[in-house]
Design a protein. Sequence first.
Length: 275
Amino acid sequence: MFVLVNLIVMLGMLFVVPAGLHLVDPVRLAPVRRTWPLFAVPGAVALWLPRGGAAAALAVVYALGALLLAAEAARRLAATRSLVPAEIAVLTALVTPSVAGLALVAERAGHELFGFTLPILALTVPHFHFAGFAAALVAGLVCGRAAGPLARFAALSVPVGTLTVLGGYFVDDWAELAGALVLTAGMWAVALVTWHDIRGAERDRSTRALLAVSAIVLVATMLLALSWAVGEAADLPHPDLTWMAATHGLGNALGFALCSVLAWRRIKDMKESAV
């Protein structure tokens, strides 16, 4: 699980986040995107070092980069003064990597932050890159492109579900299950709108294929997440963390986040070339 989780996190750090920033605002976020490797590369190196001072110091560098994204969210809110559903989702995407950065610093330092074990902190890092940044970003993009209550529901429920899961860490497994239910509903809404409205409007076969994969994978991976949350809360048999990393984690990273970012990049490029 150690190697797999680290590879998943590296995908989020080195590709999904900078590619996502280009989709959010290629002009205003260009300076952050250009300097992002200065933060992401030390963070990626920290993953592979033994826990201790050197790994923690490199993790702090990454956490500072994540805080820059949170600052960009504050600037964006001050500039737009908009809290429409799509904008809430985008703001959430910009803020959530800071949670991953904090968890990374604590885990690499060997410190059980807020009483969370080191394995849970290690899994929090990919969770807030993909269930946080990537999921909220895609929900915002979907809502910005597709009209209707389901798209708005997706853009609101993904951030609410993600933050409720985070709050559930500090309450109990039942609160975490409530967050997982909301997040699953939102992600399934993203999948449905992506399949029916976004994919259906695209003529490019590669883009349609990427959107189809991302939608189909979401249905399966969120069902796994829900089964794990129910098992934890109700003390029922459920997959262990290693199995979840190999299925839910890998599926969300490659099948959902990577395919979604590639598809939306193609959509953006074709739209710009048509202007």
